[in-house]
Ligand binder design. Structure first.
Ligand code: F6P
Length: 320
């Protein structure tokens, strides 16, 4: 193997650039040519591919987003689209592709390898931390720290006015951003899609806490935890308090990656290139118990993500 391609796909995540930098520079050090694909799988379909060199990744390690750009390609989900993507790679004589992204990126990669025989090595990059096989995905740590910054700011003003605040964070199907930011930001309540919540109980808690002299309360709400406005209205009526809402939105996806995201991005990228040098086929790289490991892509995708219930219970006790 003397050449590979690399792409980022799905939602961008801080740490993707650090990961690309390490893939490019480590592969070059092993005499492998690295081709960068623009806009994820869509770029493969459109033939948007170019040879990268060490300078292509200069001054990228500290930047959020992805300099290769990203997309959620509908066309790539079709046989036609995958065949077009295959043509691009075969025109360059490339059979090995490193993909950085989340669940959808890996599923697309797996189907691509089954249909066209391209070898896929996956690196988890998504702020959601929703891949079951790995403890952490790139971007999650940075996103949680961004949410913590927001919680700190909200607490200053909410505390001054004695208000109740509901902060909506990302996470359509996975409550990890809300859970980790909630516990580290000392939130009184955390609402996530994986665990049923009782608005009567939360309203009673809000009333009790006010009686105890706690004037401000922070509720962290994952976007997939229900209809935010309806929850807010019901809670407000039941508790007899005004609730101020803030939606953090895409701010969570940007920003300079933390040390954690840069370090694991680098380690996972080097591991991915090592896998290619060993001739490994269709693997995904991950982090388990603070160590890098790899696993068959189909096995990894068959795992079901579980929320850390202990952490959730702990947050509930400590938020009182
Ligand atoms: O990348 C994951 C994610 O940020 C989710 O948390 C969120 O629901 C979604 O992407 C938003 O996607 P879009 O880029 O389409 O706004």
């Amino acid at each position: 193997m003397t050449k590979i391609a690399v792409l980022t796909s799905g939602g961008d995540a801080p740490g993707m650039n650090a990961c690309l930098r390490a893939v490019v520079r480590y592969a070059i050090s092993k005499d492998i040519d690295v081709y960068g694909v623009r806009r994820g799988y869509q770029g493969l379909i459109d033939g948007s591919i170019e040879l990268l060199n060490s300078r292509s990744v200069s001054s990228k390690i500290q930047r959020g987003g992805t300099f290769l750009k990203t997309a959620r390609s509908q066309e790539f989900t079709t046989k036609d689209g995958m065949e077009k993507a295959y043509e691009t790679l075969s025109a360059y004589g490339i059979t090995d592709l490193v993909v950085i992204g989340g669940d959808g990126t890996f599923r697309g990669g797996k189907e691509f390898s089954e249909l066209c025989g391209i070898n896929i090595i996956g690196i988890p990059g998504t702020i959601d931390n929703d891949l079951a096989y790995t403890d952490y995905t790139l971007g999650f740590d940075t996103a949680v720290n961004t949410v913590l910054w927001a919680i700190n700011s909200l607490r200053d003003t909410m505390g001054s006015h004695g208000r109740v605040s509901l902060l909506e964070v990302m996470g359509r199907h996975c409550g990890d951003i809300a859970l980790y930011a909630g516990i580290c930001g000392g939130a009184e309540h955390i609402l996530i899609p994986e665990i049923e919540y009782d608005l009567d109980e939360i309203a009673a808690d809000l009333r009790k806490s006010q009686k105890r002299g706690k004037t401000s309360n922070m509720i962290v709400f994952a976007e997939g935890a229900g209809d935010r406005d309806a929850v807010c209205k019901e809670l407000s009526e039941k508790a007899g308090v005004k609730i101020t809402t803030t939606t953090l939105g895409h701010i969570q996806r940007g920003g300079s990656p933390t040390m954690f995201d840069r370090l694991w991005a680098t380690k996972m990228a080097v591991h991915a290139v090592e896998l290619l040098l060993e001739g490994a086929k269709n693997r995904v790289v991950g982090i388990k118990n603070n160590k890098i490991f790899d696993e068959d892509i189909a096995v990894a995708l068959s795992k079901k993500r579980k929320i850390d219930k202990k952490l959730y219970e702990m947050a509930k006790i400590l938020g009182r």
